[in-house]
Ligand binder design. Structure first.
Ligand code: ADP
Ligand code: MG
Length: 651
């Protein structure tokens, strides 16, 4: 009875019936980007089934202040998940379900020992990631896109360019109908209910017809009807020859019945692996009898929590940490009944192998469905769409710049013409720098962190490369920032009556734009480094030194020598110099004095008082441009690191 086959390969070999594809494939056919018909998939001619097994998986995290202490989250667990089965990883909260799922999905790859097999071969992670998708517990959807827009953009990103727009639209429609979202297609995702959001997350990933789908707590936060609907969709997906694995906390008895396979985890170890029906007999074997009319999953959790005594050691031993396969419904490695091999079926399999080779080459040369420039173009379009709907990023930003420009323009009205107002003019310029810096900085530090989880999900599910996203973000957001800055710059320039010379106006506006772009890049950097709360606290704090060393409060020569170098790295010093020079430099003639006494009639005298006699506009431009590119590149690497790090960390 207790025959335990330790190796997955041995196990599959011992299976009475061979897998139908065993003759010609241990090829893992990644699904073609063909048209999607949920119900037709079971009739797929080409068997793409993916069975996943894992052996002796242990995983730890580093804990403590110096991250020296190891905490084991999984302890050498084993198991198998087959295609065409709806499998559930169940267990009490904190048991290690999500941790195991992260590992199986390839989301977590560090601090890991043991082997993961896909169709009997050691998992090739890059290939596996193209066959699999991971739908996380939180949906992380773009809130401002409608269901249909989200789907069409995803179809553009995820489907091959060889499909026409119409074909893609048909596919989008078929999927939306199948997950019962077609009638909600014009609703923004932020307005969807929990269940609808979950179904949209599934629909988005179904576009590429993944063969294996991981779901972390797909029913959490849903009412019983939505939960049932969601699990029924998963069941339908499983019955079309897919491998569906989901973690679930405490399913109702009806939902539990829908599962083909249960994998029970507690304390990072496997307590049971087998069919739902065999669960109660399994527990009865060790004299744990579930009361009649009691939900088996509730009973299971009670047992695992120790409410009926301490049984976890016994269960671990009995399940042999997932090696014991005797409680499975059957060894179900045969998703499709094998037909007799007629000449036509043989030629078909030759075609399949050829088509596989073709696809394999394509996958090796390009891990995404479309090229990087196409990804950038689609993402720019998406970002523009989002920005145009995001009031904070557009309307409020433009309105703030416009209103403050009117206010400041009126406050400092006409000060640019009078020598007696030279100091006021400088104050106006310094205020402008501060305003431009803070608005562009804050706008991005507060909005960008909310994007991070969405990028993490989409990037992990192979929608696009991080480079493409980053370029698109840069291209799409910069124009809005530039426009807002130009609005502010030109209104205040005219109101304050700075010299009406086009080259001075252009230099002034260029400097405004450069300052805001550098500040925006700093904001992005801070936004990529920390969450909104920390960004709001530490962001302005990080900008403070730049302000002090801008040359407005204290000039470099007046400052203690040990601190003078700080002026050379303050971008506000360069911005301030550039702005002052654009108005007062370039041999500006003496200013008229309409007061009794004007100290600064000669602009050059004023520049030397401000310690700017040797400064040049071009040096300011070079510094600011250089800094802009430097921060943007640094931010890219921080983003890359953050996305990697967030994959090793459960939130
Ligand atoms: P669940 O079964 O509820 O999905 P998880 O897999 O998320 O549980 O977590 C398993 C256990 O690991 C929990 O006790 C959790 O507190 C712990 N854990 C997860 N990530 C970390 C981490 N980065 N550092 C320390 N403990 C962690
Ligand atoms: Mg979890």
């Amino acid at each position: 009875m207790d025959e335990v086959r330790s190796s997955p390969s041995a196990r599959l070999k011992n299976t009475a019936q061979k897998r139908p594809d065993s003759l010609h494939i241990d090829l893992l056919l990644a699904p073609e980007n063909g048209l999607f018909h949920l119900n037709d998939l079971s009739e797929n001619e080409c068997d793409n089934s993916v069975n996943v097994s894992f052996q002796n998986i242990s995983y730890y995290v580093n804990e403590g202040f110096f991250k020296r202490r190891k905490k084991m989250l999984l302890n050498g667990i084993n198991g198998e998940f087959y295609s065409s089965e709806l499998s559930a990883i169940v267990g009490p909260s904190g048991a290690g379900k999500s941790t195991l799922m992260d590992i199986l999905a390839g989301y977590t790859t560090d601090n890991l020992t043991g082997e993961i097999y896909v169709n009997d071969n050691i998992r090739d992670l890059s290939l596996f990631r193209k066959q699999a998708c991971y739908i996380m517990q939180d949906d992380h959807l773009q809130p401002l896109l409608t269901v249909y827009e989200a789907m069409t953009i995803a179809s553009d990103l995820k489907l091959s360019n060889t499909l026409s727009r119409q074909e893609k639209n048909e596919q989008v429609k078929a999927i939306l109908v199948s997950v019962d979202l077609w009638t909600q297609r014009k609703v923004k995702t932020q307005e969807l209910s929990g269940g609808q959001k979950k179904r949209l997350s599934i629909a988005l990933e179904l576009l590429t017809n993944p063969q294996i789908m991981f779901f972390d707590e797909p029913t959490s936060g849903l009412d019983s009807v939505s939960s049932m609907q969601c699990i029924q969709i998963l069941k339908k997906l499983a019955s079309s020859n897919r491998t569906i694995i989901c973690t679930i906390h405490q399913p109702s008895a009806t939902i539990l019945d829908l599962f083909d396979h249960l994998y029970v985890v507690a304390d990072g170890s496997c307590m049971y692996q087998g069919s739902v029906k065999a669960l109660l007999p399994y527990l009865e074997d060790i004299h744990l009898v579930c009361p009649t009319f009691h939900n088996p999953s509730d009973f299971l959790l009670e047992v695992l929590n120790g409410d009926h005594g301490s049984y976890n050691e016994v269960l671990l031993k009995k399940s042999q940490n997932g090696l014991n396969q005797n409680w499975r419904k059957q060894i179900k490695a045969i998703p499709i009944v094998q037909e007799p091999r007629t000449p036509s079926s043989i030629s078909k399999s030759i075609k399949e192998v050829k088509s596989y080779m073709k696809r394999q080459t394509r996958f090796c040369s390009n891990s995404y469905s479309i090229s990087i420039p196409s990804q950038v173009a689609i993402l720019v379009k998406r970002t523009i769409l989002i920005i145009s709907r995001d009031k904070t990023l557009t309307l409020n930003r433009l309105l703030t710049h416009f209103l403050i420009a009117l206010f400041i323009g009126t406050l400092y009205f006409g000060i640019g013409t009078d020598a007696g107002d030279m100091l006021n003019n400088i104050k106006f310029m310094f205020f402008s720098i501060m305003f431009l810096m803070l608005t562009s900085f804050n706008c991005i530090t507060t909005t960008f962190p909310s994007e991070l989880p969405i990028i993490t999900r989409e990037h992990f599910n192979k929608w696009y490369s991080l480079k493409s996203y980053y370029l698109a973000l840069t291209f799409a957001d910069i124009p809005v920032q530039i426009f807002a800055t130009l609005l502010y710059g030109s209104i205040t320039y005219l109101f304050t009556k700075q010299p009406i010379e086009s080259f001075r106006l252009i230099l002034f506006l260029c400097m405004c734009v450069l300052i805001s772009l550098v500040a925006q890049s700093f904001g992005l950097f801070i936004g990529a480094c920390m969450d909104v709360k920390n960004g709001v606290i530490f962001g302005p704090f990080c900008m403070l030194p730049f302000t002090i060393f801008s040359g407005f409060f204290v000039q470099m020569n007046a400052c203690h020598p040990s601190m003078q170098w700080l002026f050379h790295i303050s971008f506000l010093k360069y911005g301030f110099e550039g702005m002052v020079l654009s108005v007062l430099g370039y041999n500006r003639p003496n200013l008229p004095c309409n007061k009794e006494y004007c100290h600064f009639v000669r602009p050059d005298k004023f520049l030397s008082t401000m310690d700017m006699q040797e400064s040049t506009y071009s040096a300011a431009v070079k510094f600011l441009l250089g800094l802009f590119f430097f921060i943007r590149i640094c931010t890219y690497f921080v983003l890359k690191f953050q996305i990697r790090k967030s994959r090793g960390r459960r939130k």
